[in-house]
Design a protein. Structure first.
Length: 114
């Protein structure tokens, strides 16, 4: 397993300091925001527009995802150890057992194929 990455990206830096407005300004003209494998410990995503964000293999320990709609996301390999997920929607190809194991033990989530 690769170590979580600290990205040199203004959108990433804004998220790390919980600057939601700064994040939205940094991504305004971007078709997607690739945060694959990024260290996003403790980030509060509740007011972040996640429609163009890629979180594959992301490290989301203690992140706040309450009420977020993640149904469109590829969360393969992401880790949610200690994350707050109440009311969050998850992709249909992500079994509830994978989510629970990730939140409780920090395992990397595996999606179902097909």
């Amino acid at each position: 397993m690769a170590a979580p990455r600290f990205l040199d990206d203004p959108a990433y830096r804004a998220l790390r300091v919980n600057d939601v407005d700064g994040f939205h300004l940094a991504v305004i003209n971007r078709p997607s925001v690739d945060l694959s494998g990024a260290d996003l410990r403790g980030v509060d995503f509740r007011k972040v527009d996640l429609s163009r964000v890629i979180l594959r293999d992301a490290y989301l320990r203690d992140a706040d995802l309450r009420g977020c709609d993640l149904r469109h996301m590829d969360l393969e390999g992401a880790s949610l150890h200690g994350a707050r997920i109440a009311g969050a929607y998850f992709p249909a190809n992500l079994p509830p057992e994978e989510i629970q194991m990730s939140v409780v033990y920090g395992t990397r989530m595996r999606t179902r194929k097909g």
